[in-house]
Design a binder for this molecule. Structure first.
Ligand code: PLP
Length: 480
């Protein structure tokens, strides 16, 4: 065991003892979570394993500090150390992504998107409105002015990717706040290829004339041409906002470059920090200088006080992502996804778009006669952790679904390579081929119940254990 491993083991063991002295059940659940994560095939595309340095950074007294405002301009006293942390995190983000401006306060991806929406509205709508009304700021408004501005802000248009073709809830899905605060329309994918049809998207944009065009996805297994997206946005005077929450690690690791790198093309880019980027749970907004002053007002206009302990952990994770080794990791994530996809295709399974060229694979489970819900549950019985996901025009809706989304970032962090991902595809096909849908009490086909044939879960668990043992999670970490 290295000195650093010994220190990490001792730090966690002692921390758990301290926690147990107050609430032993929490200490126990924390220990058990490590056991469970170590012992399962984690294929959830939005999850990863942050380093012990990132995790440890979150458990400090920075958690206790309020720091509303921005660096050097806080609504609370005593923020000098938070200023240090926030400046370093923002500097790493700017350098890593080549962005003009970085805002590291958002607490999550959704918060980052809300911050971006309001920043774009402030820049594109509120600012010009105030100028036209010859008012310096909103404090000068009469009640009538205020009502008129609110109507203007509330009547803007947003065009984003639909949920069932891979977009996120916050990209204009009607029941989500984004679908209520904007007049929304959604673009999808080509019904035959499953790919974004840029000509159809351009035509829709011309007709709808959105203020904001949102690009980015949660479950689209392909790369996006952001140069084309910007052309479309420019042709209708829209702001291009890219949500790279899922693939930020592939941008950071220079797997996505040129037209596939959103930073040079978008006005505003949002992200999470905990998915392929492998940092703490959180969000970030990157923007051009033009949009920076509006984004900077995120807290306290949209967000509550920043989580200083998480901003510190973002700084550590971003420093890790700037190391040369992260590029190798990001390339492995993409290569492993190809291997996983090939593993399915050679065993006769169907994939949405017929493959992948990013970090995720969307498996259509209808050919196994299953819903996504049944497939997800049967796989979990066998120690394979995935999430069910809609496929385009999903016949089973957003709750039961017809797909399983699988991602490679987490197991790649553990050291899984091409062969292991091929084996993983084999094990998944074995589980799904041996799962039969159940029936409802009334005797009809059930979308939830299922039977997994005897012995399959044990067989798959032991085959997985062989691979997991070769690539232990936090190898040097031993809890006493
Ligand atoms: N944006 C995209 C594209 C996502 O996939 C997700 C989460 O899955 C989010 C935003 C929201 O992130 P969070 O859960 O951190 O709010």
């Amino acid at each position: 065991m290295s000195d650093l491993d010994a220190l990490t083991s001792s730090a966690y063991s002692q921390a758990l003892e301290v926690i147990a002295s107050v609430e032993p059940r929490i200490a126990e659940a924390t220990r058990q979570e490590l056991v469970d994560q170590r012992g399962s095939l984690k294929l959830i595309a939005s999850e990863n394993y942050a380093s012990p340095a990132v995790l440890l950074t979150m458990g400090t007294w920075f958690s206790d500090k309020y720091a509303e405002g921005t660096v050097g301009h806080r609504f609370y006293a005593g923020c000098q150390n938070v200023d240090t942390v926030e400046s370093i995190a923002a500097e790493h983000a700017r350098e890593l992504f080549g962005a003009e401006y970085a805002y590291v306060q958002p607490h999550s991806g959704i918060d980052a998107n809300l911050t971006a929406f309001w920043a774009i509205l402030a820049h594109r709508v509120e600012g010009p409105w105030l100028e036209k009304a010859e008012k310096k700021n909103v404090n000068d408004l009469t009640d009538e002015d205020w009502e008129s501005l609110r109507r203007e802000l509330g009547n803007q248009r947003l065009l984003g990717m639909s949920l069932d073709t891979g977009g996120h809830l916050t990209h204009g899905f009607r029941p989500n706040i984004s679908g209520k605060m904007f007049h929304q329309q959604q673009y999808g994918t080509d019904p035959v290829t499953g790919l974004i049809d840029y000509d159809a998207l351009a035509a829709k944009a011309r007709e709808f004339k959105p203020l904001i065009l949102v690009a980015g996805y949660s479950a689209y297994p392909r790369r996006v041409n952001f140069a084309k997206m910007r052309e479309i946005a420019d042709s209708v005077g829209a702001t291009l906002m890219v949500d790279m929450a899922h693939f930020a690690g592939l941008v950071a690791g220079k797997v996505f470059t040129g037209d596939e790198d959103p930073i040079p093309h978008a006005h505003v880019v949002t992200t999470t920090t905990h998915k392929s980027l492998r940092g703490p749970r959180g969000g970030m907004v990157l923007a051009t200088k033009e949009y920076a002053p509006s984004v900077d007002r995120g807290c306290p206009m949209v967000l509550g006080g920043p989580l200083s302990h998480v901003m510190a952990a973002k700084a550590v994770a971003l420093a890790e992502a700037r190391q040369e080794s992260f590029r190798g990791y990001a390339q492995d994530v993409a290569d492993n996804a190809k291997s996983l996809a090939e593993g399915f295709l050679t065993r006769g399974a169907n994939l949405v778009t017929g493959g992948t060229d990013n970090h995720l694979v969307l498996l259509d489970v209808t050919s196994f006669g299953l819903t996504g819900r049944q497939a997800e549950s049967a796989l979990l019985d066998a120690g394979v952790v995935t999430n069910r996901n809609s496929i385009p025009n999903d016949p089973n809706g957003a709750w039961y679904t017809s797909g399983i989304r699988l991602g490679t970032p987490a197991l790649t962090t553990r050291g899984f390579g091409r062969d292991e991902f091929d084996k993983t595809a084999e094990l998944i096909v074995e589980v799904l081929s041996n799962t039969t849908p159940g029936t409802t009490k009334a005797g009809g086909p059930s979308k939830a119940s299922y039977t997994l044939a005897d012995g399959v879960a044990d067989r798959v668990r032991s085959a997985s254990a062989e691979m997991l043992d070769k690539h232990p999670l936090y190898p040097g970490l031993e809890l006493s």
